[in-house]
Design a binder for this molecule. Structure first.
Ligand code: SF4
Length: 106
């Protein structure tokens, strides 16, 4: 599972960081970014802004997306890779989840 943030919509309230500070971080500009292996990915809109979510954080990342007031946390689920994930996804974020089942996503 991967996650990215549309910084143009972010309110900077930090709720995502409260839910999962390993995956979300607020930078000096007061806007949230995703992080991977402790490194913020601060390339808004670029392919480099898509962070892999460690399995142990999948649930909290989904909860963060559900409460995000900017509705700007987007999730990609790779069917081949994430088939074993057993998570409940709230209807509030259904529009922000992309299901990928192509080989390239694996
Ligand atoms: S919860 Fe959403 S709006 Fe709030 S800081 Fe995080 S990404 Fe931005």
């Amino acid at each position: 599972m991967r996650v990215w943030i549309d910084q143009d919509l972010c309110t900077g309230d930090g709720l995502c960081v409260d839910h999962c500070h390993d995956v979300f971080t607020l930078l000096e500009d007061g806007i949230a970014y995703v992080a991977e292996d402790g490194q913020p990915l601060n390339d808004p809109g670029g392919s480099g802004s898509l962070a892999e979510v460690p399995r142990r954080h999948v649930e909290s990342v989904i909860r963060a997306a559900e409460v995000c007031p900017g509705e700007c946390i987007f999730i990609e689920i790779d069917v081949p890779v994430d088939a074993a994930l057993d998570v409940h996804v709230d209807h509030r974020i259904a529009a922000r989840i992309e299901i990928r089942d192509d080989e390239a996503a694996a």
